[in-house]
Design a binder for this molecule. Structure first.
Ligand SMILES: [Zn+2]
Length: 199
């Protein structure tokens, strides 16, 4: 039997994606046997993650403080384009390519079916409000090229079209069934350039 503290940490690690109980035991043992200073700074980084990171109230991207994120608060960004993505990691991948200089909107996931329960789980309402209230001319839908991503894109088109805004979808070339987060920079850039209007 492991000491109680060990056991608790093994359970914590086991809750992380792709980490089974055996791997969790190895990680906890590794941390215990390793550098104590690293262990303390690791613990304090985790604490900072819980305490200091928030979601931007305008786009739901990650931000270090309670204010708008760096992208929303940058007047140099194109204020007429919003790129809609499923999660913050997608926005971070797109940012690395420098192919897009507009604003973002993070949905917080995707729809597997279009029904009210699924719709309520994501942040659609605030997007509609932004398109109405800000001078948005184009909404670029950059949900993942998966079945759920396509379902989400169709739902977005349905709610955005009546607002008279141009709605585009990233071009082909992104690997089908894949995730924007894992696509390389050239692929993402060309998907932006090859985006097509959704009707
Ligand atoms: Zn923001």
């Amino acid at each position: 039997m492991f000491p109680k503290t060990f056991q608790k940490l093994i359970e914590d690690f086991s809750r992380l994606p792709s980490i089974g109980p055996k791997m969790a035991e190895r990680l906890v043992l590794f941390l215990y046997k390793g550098d104590k200073e690293f262990l303390k700074s690791f613990a304090s980084d985790l604490n900072n993650l819980a305490e200091n990171i928030n979601f931007c109230r305008r786009c739901h991207h990650l931000t270090e403080d309670d204010q708008l994120c760096k992208i929303c608060s940058n007047p140099q960004r194109n204020q007429e384009q919003i790129c809609v993505v499923e999660d913050p990691l997608d926005a971070i991948s797109i940012e690395k390519t420098k192919a897009f200089n507009g604003l973002y909107y993070i949905l917080g996931g995707s729809l597997s079916v279009i029904n009210q329960k699924e719709i309520d789980k994501l942040n659609f309402n605030q997007l509609v409000r932004r398109v109405k209230e800000e001078k948005i001319k184009e909404v670029i839908i950059a949900t993942n090229p998966t079945t759920d991503g396509e379902t989400t894109a169709l739902y977005l088109l349905r709610i955005l079209k009546p607002l008279g805004v141009k709605v585009t979808r990233l071009g082909r070339g992104l690997p089908t069934g894949g995730d924007i987060e894992y696509a390389d920079e050239v692929t993402i850039s060309s998907a932006f350039q090859g985006r097509t209007t959704m009707n």
